[in-house]
Design a protein around this ligand. Structure first.
Ligand code: 13P
Length: 342
């Protein structure tokens, strides 16, 4: 695929008022999510739940793409339309998670390296045949005494760039996801320092490995104080710290930054994105690629019961709409109340 096509797809994914739904939970993660609502994680329940999300009427106004998991990209609706085809028909771009998870990094006590490079060229080809037009690879970093280590920062940056180069070769837009985890008691400044360090290494490796940044998207954490910190930063402080860090470290050639929610409440994730966009314009589109922050209310409404499908779809639609508004700084907390009204 020509570089221009990759750029076009990347731009479509961050079209005005739209963002990405991350529905690529691995079997282990979705089991955890289902457990929280007392639903057994069978293949049919996973399929049914994803069908509920993907068939939500009108959501394409706010959702440009969906990230699928290996099992999900091979599944179909009840009437046998393969999920990638269903999404394309609705104007939503199908994507695929291609990493094989964060595993212990050798000779460290607690750090991780993301695996999945072996055989990736062949897997990308298969996924493209199944309809994927973009991909995702997530690396994770913890903040702590001496963490993240330079060793962890550079090994993950190298792997992310190898993945991104292979994606571009295969005609898929790579979403590059370095996630500095927000668990812990660290300050906003520590989060900013760690995030900046990670981004600097990632862009050095992407450059050295010949990745065309115009055909990529960045999926990072926001700069937040640790979830267990004694003093949590305000919405405005988070927005300003995040922007400052990204202005320093993310080249303007990158068309879009699609944030992960990383355990924030759905309302905080929307408010933070909104506050950043309200401070715009910026060199890149600032959008969302939320998993939990888009799905949490839908999961809670569904609880695995067919009679709750409509309520769950309403909850998902509402969250997508509010995040769509946050794309242009037009979200207001009062809009949360509309959910009860629909
Ligand atoms: P969260 O928004 O729940 O962090 O999920 C996004 C994601 O895709 C993590 O890899």
């Amino acid at each position: 695929m020509a570089a221009q096509d990759l750029e076009t797809t990347a731009k479509e994914l961050v079209a005005e008022g739209k963002g990405i739904l991350a529905a690529d939970e691995s079997s282990g993660t979705i089991e955890k999510r289902f457990k929280s609502i007392d639903v057994e994680s069978t293949e049919e329940n996973r399929r049914g739940y994803r069908e509920l999300l993907f068939t939500t009427a009108g959501v394409e106004e706010f959702v440009s793409g969906v990230i699928l998991y290996d099992e999900t990209i091979r599944q179909s609706t009840t009437d046998r339309t393969p999920f990638p085809q269903l999404l394309e028909q609705r104007g939503i771009i199908p994507g695929i998670k291609v990493d094989k998870g964060a595993k212990p990094l050798a000779l460290t006590e607690s750090e991780t390296i993301t695996e999945g490079l072996d055989g990736l060229r062949e897997r990308l080809e298969e996924y493209r045949g199944l309809g994927a037009r973009f991909a995702k690879w997530r690396a994770t970093y913890s903040i702590g005494a001496g963490l993240p280590s330079e060793y962890c920062v550079w090994t993950n940056a190298h792997a992310l760039a190898r993945y991104a180069a292979l994606c571009q070769e295969a005609g898929l837009v790579p979403i590059v996801e370095p996630e500095v985890l927000m668990d812990g008691e660290h300050s906003l400044e520590q989060a900013s320092k760690a995030t900046g360090r990670v981004l600097q290494a990632v862009y050095t490796e992407l450059h050295d490995q010949r990745v065309d940044l115009r055909g990529t998207l960045l999926k990072p954490n926001m700069v937040l104080s640790g979830y267990e910190a004694s003093e949590r930063a305000s919405i405005q402080e988070v927005a300003e710290a995040t922007l400052e860090c990204f202005y320093r470290h993310v080249p303007a050639a990158v068309p879009g930054i699609v944030f992960l929610s990383g355990g924030q409440s759905d309302e905080d994730a929307t408010a933070h994105l909104n506050a950043m966009n309200a401070l715009g314009p910026h060199p890149w589109e600032l959008s969302f690629s939320y998993g939990r922050a888009l799905q949490a209310p839908a999961l809670k409404a569904w609880r695995g019961k067919p009679e709750n499908v409509e309520a769950a779809q309403r909850a998902y639609y509402h969250r997508a709409k509010l995040n769509g508004a946050a794309r242009t700084g037009m979200y207001a907390p009062e809009m949360e109340r509309e959910a009860a009204a629909v």
